[in-house]
Design a binder for this molecule. Structure first.
Ligand SMILES: [Cu+2]
Length: 135
């Protein structure tokens, strides 16, 4: 009986990382072009708890898949996004992996496009090709 119990708990621990996989899904305003997406992705990857980052410009969604059992607190997320020049609107935590969010978002209607003239990037990025509309 004891052995059975031990095996049962071993099985539970074995599946635990999947059970606790968590994703933070955020609505972020101000994301306009591919450089916005790239910048925010880079910023969020700097958190040790970040496993994957998904950015949808069309839906203004930024998702951070977390490493098993880890989290990033709301204040830190808000600071990172605000410091990068964007506006964090809402934060949701979900058990969905990023692949599920990506699939769901791709079926949703895109939001109206923001005006690219209303934002700018730092000098280094403006030298990139295709950035003519940026100030
Ligand atoms: Cu941009």
């Amino acid at each position: 009986m004891k052995i059975f119990k031990a095996l049962f708990f071993a099985a539970l621990i074995g599946i635990a990382p999947g059970v606790f996989a968590k994703t933070i899904e955020m609505d972020v305003n101000g994301l306009v072009c591919a450089f916005c997406a790239q910048g925010i992705e880079k910023t969020l990857k700097e958190f040790p708890a970040t496993s994957h980052v998904f950015v949808s410009l069309e839906h203004r969604i930024v998702a951070v898949e977390l490493k098993g059992g880890q989290d990033i607190d709301d204040a830190a997320l808000k600071k990172a996004i605000t410091d990068a020049g964007y506006k964090l609107v809402t934060i949701r935590r979900t058990d969905e992996p990023i692949s599920a969010i990506r699939a769901r978002v791709s079926n949703e209607k895109a939001q109206p496009k923001a005006d690219p003239a209303k934002h700018h990037h730092d000098g280094a990025m403006q030298d990139m090709p295709g950035m003519g509309t940026h100030e």
